[in-house]
Write a protein that binds this ligand. Structure first.
Ligand code: ATP
Length: 253
């Protein structure tokens, strides 16, 4: 059984074929990686899974439900959360508020969106804050709760994005270049954090990453895209020795 399955997914933007007949499947609880050169179609795959775009052809299932062309506002309710290549925080809000908003949204789904906040749940705001603080503690940002999000260094903003995504209580977490802009030491620390969060929250993770040390460290299965086509898939060992990958992705051979 698979948690996420893409079958023959194609996405065209006019004459550009961003993804062509891509099929892969991620097992429940797996950490999988999506790699490939710039413009290979990786972010487009995330955008297709999260309903930003509808595929031109093919289908996507999540936990055995067809989510092909899901509405973006329904993604969280299905249990999918993501981070973005270009960090998307509420820059002028505090670190805590950035996560609080996400907890708030998740609570709305959990309670049922029809339920307006009532005196029955008068402690809700405190609970939401406490939950948001828990997520911040997990990524090591609790002491920064009251500072503005845009005052954080870039690497910490990436961690804040992860905390916010986690606050949505996803079953599937999509991480788009979580280690971008980090030096090798920081990126390995980030890999350790992702590993801890994966175990603690019982997550399935699909991550896009250019830092190969992070990919090789974390991913049980790796999918390689090139020019919108799936070039290879396999374990880190298999990918590292695959001649097609070496030729196309690493520019060798
Ligand atoms: P990078 O590593 O640089 O982020 P990527 O593998 O994530 O690259 P995509 O961003 O998915 O690649 O882009 C794949 C192709 O699709 C590129 O040629 C890109 O220009 C094109 N593309 C993506 N989104 C759109 C869009 N909305 N309209 C037109 N073309 C697009």
């Amino acid at each position: 059984m698979s948690m996420l399955e893409l079958t023959g997914v194609t996405k065209k933007f006019g004459g550009i074929v961003a993804c062509k007949d891509i099929s892969f499947s991620v097992a429940p609880g797996q950490v999988a990686g999506l790699i490939g050169p710039n413009g290979a179609g990786k972010t487009t795959v995330f955008n297709l899974i999260t309903g930003v775009y509808a595929p031109t052809a093919g289908s996507i299932t999540f936990a055995d439900q067809d989510i092909t062309a899901i509405r973006p506002d329904k993604v969280v309710a299905h249990g999918i959360a993501r981070t973005f290549q270009n960090i998307r925080l509420f820059r002028n809000l505090t670190v805590l508020d950035n996560v609080r908003i996400a907890v708030d949204k998740e609570v709305d789904y959990a309670l049922g969106e029809a339920l307006v906040r009532s005196p029955r749940v008068k402690n809700l705001e405190q609970e939401i804050c406490a939950l948001a603080m828990e997520r911040l503690e997990e990524v090591g940002l609790a002491d920064k709760a009251d500072v503005r999000a845009d005052s954080l260094p870039y690497g910490l903003q990436r961690k804040l994005e992860i905390a916010r995504a986690l606050a949505l209580r996803p079953r599937l977490l999509l991480l788009d270049e979580p280690a971008a802009g980090m030096n090798p030491e920081e990126s390995l620390e980030l890999a350790g954090l992702v590993r801890t969060l994966h175990a603690r929250h019982d997550l399935t993770i699909l991550l896009i990453e250019h830092h190969m040390d992070v990919v090789m460290e974390l991913c049980e299965r790796i999918f390689v895209l090139d020019f919108g086509v799936k070039l290879a898939e396999g374990t880190a060992e298999e990918i590292q020795t695959n001649p097609d990958v070496l030729r196309a992705y690493l520019g060798e051979g």
